[in-house]
Design a protein around this ligand. Structure first.
Ligand SMILES: Nc1ncnc2c1ncn2[C@@H]1O[C@H](COP(=O)(O)OP(=O)(O)O)[C@@H](O)[C@H]1O
Ligand SMILES: [Mg+2]
Length: 582
């Protein structure tokens, strides 16, 4: 872990080293000042020597100035180093997240990754700043003040020894408890962020189902748990201040008492007593600071571990050593494939799938929700690796392909399709960055996305808001199909991608596929019989198993599940349109 974090200091090494150097200089000046004060009082004021007063006064002024300057520099460099360090951490995490496979993402969850990129990095950034600024300061201040104290008056120094023992026992008994509560707090942050993320991304659904009150309650419950934990931790921390005060006042009283005796007895000067006061206050302050630093560092340790896990997570889908760089055709073979999600219950989501699809065929897939349809197609472009068996595209195991090559040839319109903010053209060019506007229009025509785009005065330059929210569900789906078509893939997979498109348009899109991309293997998942019945063959998936794989006519005769779905949908009027909300 340390190695990972050290690497993130990177170009901020200079600032990281300069910070403690300036801090040490600052401390040195601060320690010297009370010493000079003692001389000023004893040699100047007490003996009425004005020139000594001026001399020591000037020295003090100079020291104060240097100390201020060093303090400023250490602040400046520590800010530079810690923000730079945090930026490097974030970049490194972000870069590695880009290499993640779907199952890596499942492992952390999107909300988990967001918390790690934000809250956790901020924690570590603060701790880093503390370490380079504060970890040096209190110990240095402590040792130097103790040395100064001892050199002035060993007997008076006994006072702070008592105070130190008192403070140390109190701190040691409080800190571990505070720590435990704080680390509990951070795990609760994930829950809160997950809550916010889910609610905000799904705000439209929340509103249309009038679930605001329920969501508010859920949120305030999560927020309250967090508040209580913080309250508990801060409550314990609040004890620290009176304890500290007790130690300070105790020291003042004891010092005045013993000091006065020694001054009267002539073994101590007034100046020496004043500077001992300053040093003892510094010692107590340093102890407090030291304990704060320890709290901060241990607190951030949990965050550091969470960041480290993201940076060092190895993508579980990687290119083979000698990848195949070409997909010859769109044939697909599943050889006795089993699959279970690593993040799931461990049960097989797909069971002994064994089927063969010819290049250029149109295949329909139908089955209940959760039956494994999306899982089935995600194996074709190797979004997940099979648990058992083999998946082949163009006769070659998907594991042997260069991943980019495979995914360019196997174009998937995911069930949860997403558009990114920008223009329509930019979104389409995700499919093929070199596509001309003409080619883009052509793809839109095929996907029936041209009609509404032509009505828009900006055409292909029309703005897409974040998440494509200024387009209707059906329009978004058609744009996503056009984007997938621009890849001119050998295999095109539509995962329920026309659910929000009316039946007539759906049929038009499918006709266009037949005539315009005859050589591409087309796999169409749908909830509607009408969307798949013209396919060459239809796969009926039931509970992770293939229940039938044949043409519409044959399935009606042989497959009861298929027949039941058909009858149910015929009764409902043949259409099964459901509004898409996201
Ligand atoms: N990322 C995932 N992690 C764990 N389990 C999942 C994941 N995605 C889907 N599942 C589970 O796998 C099963 C099949 O899901 P899916 O293939 O999406 O079904 P369908 O597309 O037919 O509705 C479901 O029981 C679902 O809960
Ligand atoms: Mg699905």
């Amino acid at each position: 872990m340390l190695k990972t974090f050290k690497a993130c200091i990177g170009q901020y090494k200079k600032a990281t080293i300069l910070t403690p150097i300036f801090t040490s200089l600052e401390v040195l000046m601060e320690v010297l000042i009370p010493f000079i004060t003692a001389s000023l009082i004893d040699k100047g004021i007490n003996s009425g020597d004005m020139s000594a007063v001026i001399k020591y006064g000037l020295i003090m002024l100079l020291l104060a100035f240097v100390s201020l300057f060093c303090g400023f520099m250490s602040g400046k460099y520590s800010a530079e180093a810690s923000t730079g360090f945090a930026a490097n951490l974030r970049e490194k995490m972000y870069k590695n997240i880009q290499t993640y496979s779907f199952s890596n993402i499942d492992k952390f969850s999107t909300a988990g990754l967001v918390t790690r990129l934000t809250t956790d990095v901020t924690n570590v950034q603060n701790a880093f700043m503390m370490i380079i600024r504060m970890a040096i300061r209190p110990p240095l201040m402590l040792t130097m003040s103790i040395i100064m104290c001892l050199s002035i008056s060993p007997s008076l120094s006994m006072v702070f020894l008592v105070a130190i023992v008192f403070l140390a026992t109190m701190i040691i008994s409080i800190l571990p408890r505070v720590n435990k509560v704080f680390s509990e707090t951070f795990s609760k942050y994930d829950d809160l962020n997950a809550e916010v993320q889910e609610n905000v991304t799904g705000i439209r659904v929340v509103k249309s189902y009038v679930r605001e009150e329920y969501e508010k309650k859920k949120f305030s419950k999560a927020a309250n748990t967090l508040r209580k934990l913080f309250e508990k931790a801060e409550g314990m921390m609040a004890l620290v201040s009176p304890i500290m005060n007790l130690a300070v006042y105790g020291c003042i009283v004891a010092l005045s008492w013993f000091g006065a005796h020694q001054i009267v007895g002539g073994t101590l000067t007034t100046g020496q007593l004043t500077s001992t006061f300053s040093y003892i206050m510094s010692i107590l302050m340093s102890l407090m600071m030291l304990s704060m630093v320890i709290v901060m560092i241990t607190m951030s340790f949990a965050s550091a571990k969470r960041i480290d896990a993201v940076i060092n997570e190895v993508a579980d889908i990687q290119n083979p050593e000698q990848p195949v760089m070409e997909v010859v055709d769109g044939s697909i073979d599943f050889d006795h494939v089993n699959f279970s999600y690593a993040s799931g219950s461990g049960e097989n989501v797909l069971n002994d799938i064994d089927l063969h699809i010819h290049s250029g065929e149109t295949i329909g897939i139908i089955g209940g929700t959760g039956s494994g349809k999306s899982t089935f197609v995600s194996l074709i472009s190797r979004l997940y690796d099979v648990t058992k068996g083999d998946v082949k595209v163009g006769g070659v195991n998907v594991k042997d392909y260069d991943i980019d090559t495979l995914r360019n040839e196997v174009s998937v319109v995911l069930q949860k399709n997403v558009l990114f903010s920008g223009t329509v053209l930019e979104n389409l060019r995700w499919g093929n960055e070199n596509a001309s506007e003409e080619e883009c229009w052509k793809a839109c025509e095929l996907a029936c996305a041209d009609e509404f785009l032509k009505k828009n005065p900006d055409g292909l330059q029309a703005r897409v808001e974040q998440g494509g929210n200024n387009f209707s569900g059906g329009q978004k789906q058609r744009l996503c199909i056009a984007r997938a078509l621009l890849k001119s893939p050998k295999v095109l997979i539509l995962d329920d991608s026309t659910s929000a498109v009316d039946t007539a348009t759906d049929a038009k899109i499918q006709n266009a596929f037949q005539t315009e991309i005859p050589d591409t293997t087309k796999i169409i998942i749908s909830q509607r019989i009408s969307s798949v019945k013209n396919a060459d063959r239809i796969i009926v998936i039931d509970n992770g198993k293939i229940s039938g794989f044949d043409s519409h006519e044959n399935l009606l005769k042989t497959n009861t599940i298929y027949r039941e779905i058909e009858e149910a949908q015929n009764k409902a009027g043949g259409d099964f349109d459901k509004p898409q909300m996201d």
